[in-house]
Design a protein around this ligand. Structure first.
Ligand code: FES
Length: 342
């Protein structure tokens, strides 16, 4: 039995077929709600059930707590309607008409800018072009049916190759082969583009970007798009890592700083060793932002990388620095309930 879902603010509505999640049903109707992992791990799709009941679905317990459920919240990537619903959710324009496709690709190069980071460049078949927004991700389709999500680090105007930044995770279903057996000319398959982490170009607010580790990948795509589009809003990038080597493309960021008067770059290292001879900013990356910008009420923030960094930034920026909740955009690199990791 299909249930009808109404988005309170806009009045837009769609039907959810039996077994469909709210997110899937919205997408089928051409309505984009915010999402990231699509499997209950990142919290990007969290919204409110104003009226009606849902089956909350399988999700990580910390992503949706019992007290949040009691307060009416649900994760729309997992929640299935049990009645007609009225929901409170942000609608996103700009991605609804981008087709999600399954495509093969060929490995063009594998570079290692740091011992545990690989930059993969992938080529699409001749005559194929992937339409996407800077900051979106693709899912690599593995032979055993598993999927692994990776952000595209290149912007759409520079899409001859798809660029992925892969951090080595011991035993990782995709990352281990990337660091051991994968070679140039190998064929892979992926599905994409996906995700709602992209630049909100309708705003004129200055922007802070917070990257942790390979969370730099989608931020690189967004920034290269912003530079290409001639966006003149002030942009500050904070890139955090445990050791200086984790900030594996700092020379590129320094070059951007020389080339663009509206851009500045602040690398932040949390666990430097004496042999690193690190003399730059130290500590947690989101804390460095708060030291420099105690008032974020007039800013937009884009954060990407480890969940602990993204979640801390969201909590502390909105609670302590006055950042409006709707001006925080994130892509959290999570492990999911079925072990999918990125
Ligand atoms: S998209 Fe729903 S929890 Fe990540």
């Amino acid at each position: 039995m299909a249930f009808h879902v109404t988005i309170q603010k806009s009045g837009h509505g769609f039907d959810a077929a039996d077994g469909d999640t709210v997110l899937v049903a919205a997408q089928a109707a051409g309505i984009t709600l915010p999402y990231g992992c699509r499997n209950g791990a990142c919290g990007a799709c969290k919204g409110k059930i104003v009226e009606g009941r849902v089956d909350y679905g399988a999700h990580q317990p910390y992503t949706l707590t019992d007290s949040e459920k009691a307060a009416g919240f649900a994760l729309f990537c997992c929640a299935k309607p049990l009645t007609d619903l009225i929901i409170d959710a942000r609608e996103i324009s700009g991605v609804g008409d981008i087709q999600v496709r399954k495509l093969p690709c060929r490995v063009m190069s594998i570079e290692k800018p740091a011992p545990d980071v690989a930059v993969l460049k992938l080529k699409l078949p001749a005559n194929e072009k992937l339409q996407f927004l800077a900051g979106q991700y693709i899912e690599m389709l593995l032979k055993d049916g598993k999927r692994r999500a990776y952000s595209m680090a290149n912007p759409p105007h520079d899409a001859e190759h798809i660029e992925l930044h892969v951090r080595r995770m011991p035993g990782g279903a995709f990352t281990e082969p990337v660091f051991t057996t994968l070679k140039e000319k190998d064929i892979l398959r992926f599905e994409g583009p996906m995700g709602t982490f992209f630049l909100r170009e309708e705003s004129d607010k200055p922007m802070i970007f917070v990257a942790s580790g390979t969370g730099f990948a989608p931020i690189k795509a967004v920034l290269e798009h912003a530079f290409h589009a001639g966006i003149e809003r002030q942009i500050v990038l904070y890139w955090g890592g445990r050791r200086p080597a984790d900030i594996y493309l700092s020379s590129l960021c320094e070059q951007w700083q020389r080339d663009h008067a509206n851009f500045s770059f602040i690398p932040v290292v949390s666990d430097a060793l004496p042999e690193d001879q690190w003399t730059g900013r130290a500590g947690f990356v989101h804390r460095a932002v708060m030291q420099d910008f105690p008032d974020l009420s007039g800013w937009q923030v884009y954060a990407c990388g480890a969940p602990i960094v993204v979640d801390s930034a969201h909590k502390d920026f909105t609670e302590q620095c006055g950042l409006p909740d709707e001006e925080f955009f994130s892509d959290s690199f999570t492990a999911s309930v079925d072990g999918v990791a990125r």
